[in-house]
Design a protein around this ligand. Sequence first.
Ligand code: DGT
Ligand code: CA
Ligand code: CA
Length: 588
Amino acid sequence: MTRVAMKNQELSKIFNEIADYLEADRVDFKPFAYRKAAITLETMEENVAEVYANGGLDALENIPGVGSSIAEKIEEYLQTGRIEYYESLKKSLPVNLEEIIAIEGVGPKRAKLLFEKLGVQTVVDMEAAAESHKIAPLSGFGAKTEANILDGIEFLKRSKGRLLLENILPRVREISERLRTLPEIEKVEIAGSLRRMKETIGDADFLVILSPKAQKEGAKRIMDFFTSLDGVEKVWGKGTTKASVRMKGGYDMDIRVLSPRSYGSALQYFTGSKDHNVALRRIAQDKGLKLSEYGLFRGAIMIGGKNEEEIYRMLGMSFVPPELRENQGEIEAAKVGKLPRVIGYGDILGDLHCHSDWDGGSNTIEELAAAARARGYQYIGIADHTKFLKIEHGLDEKALEARNKHIDKLNKKMDAEGTAFRILKGCEANIMPDGSIDINDAALEVLDFVIAGVHSNMKMDKVAMTERMIRAMESQNVDIVSHPTGRLLKQRDEYPLDFDKLLETAKKTQTILEINSSPQRLDLNDLNIRRAKAAGVRMVINTDAHIVGQLSFIEYGIAQARRGWAEKEDIINVHPLPRLMAYFKKQP
Ligand code: DGT
Ligand code: CA
Ligand code: CA
């Protein structure tokens, strides 16, 4: 089964851009519809090209979130490879919108204004305009905004060239499935930073082993296949056992053909990280051995290399899971058998941070619950936004009460049917600048659990921001703090925060910190997870899903937890319901 289809991704990107252009033109409602369609296409299991081939325009319109006008555009794209409407929007605003709105603080409307007033078409133009202080005098901008724009550009430069894990991993997995179907190939592995599940990725690294039955030109056939894959934009190099290509998504992919006898050492070598490998090679040297991608050698004799486990064992270490291979202490720990037993990908029993259509999410609570059950979960927590977040359709006290009644009804129904599954009543409240919560205590007290997070006024100084978070954690009603440090990968840093103080308060108040799995957040990050673990603070791995497809983001959160050395006992949503509930402050 192909998990992601190229056309889904391409269309999703186009629809997001259409939404940007429409927002620039201050069009109401339509951008929302395009974004909804984009997110549906990106997360749905089916290949949109197949849906269309099998059922035509009608089948497209049956995709949730796809109306007739968007269905027609999908059809147009599938038939002609372009969408006239999109092309005309691009012509009407000739700026590199995608690039420009990646600058934190610059949205489509501002981008349009800056084009009209100053002719800004690219990030380079933008930097020049800000540096010569042409932006500050414009109405609605000012010196502070101008300085923020420069900061944003600086941040972009630092993260340039690396893409989010989510932008690459699904596609790379699909490609590895396709490679696996080649008769010339015995084994395919994804190595490098993808195997280590790093939050951002430089390039993708494939390793393949030739089938023993393959003919002499087998490797060449693999190279031909690889370099002519759908989505290849440029071939950087193509030899007999390795090749390198640039993909349309803006990233490179390397492939190497290996001999079976070096499989383990090659996998170890190309998984990295480089720092981990350097340290490992030194250990080999100290034992009078030599470790390379070709094997583990004593003199000229190969003594190991068929599999990774063997290499670590022969070096006197326990096996190091790929997510830990960063030379951050794992080598020393593995030498003395003190590696953590990191949480497994199948250990999570429920997701506590999901948004339903009650707060503008894409799915009903029933649909979310069904999807959670299909994943094998025992419970799901509905954490709709509360009233401060008007753009996210946050619920006020009354609406929350109505939603609670609805959940009660659904739970009763499942009980009556003998379904062992629970929908938990939660919310994601906003932590106001003074640390208070945006909805009253009475409304919070009746919930099963409360998440609170910062969604506004993020540019506070360190002391004020720390005080703000501490006050929220001290609330008897706040069980979990969502995305605690507020960073957005490739977009903005964490807010200034005294993290040690935060941990101290979390420990004291028994507040749980979230590991948010959303690919752009992954917040807490790996190092903060390690710090939280060391401080004895519990964590919860949540997806923050706004549509059922995003429940699968949990994999990224678990990977992050593993990268942060978290064990099962550090995470609360590995427990069945009664034990889970015991971690919340207010006991029923
Ligand atoms: P990336 O692509 O920047 O996200 O990170 P990686 O880790 O995938 O790096 P990449 O693609 O340059 O190389 C893949 C692996 O190959 C890397 O993790 C370790 C290994 N490797 C590459 N160059 C060297 C090297 O100079 N020395 C050693 N020991 N290993 C290397
Ligand atoms: Ca790589
Ligand atoms: Ca590479």
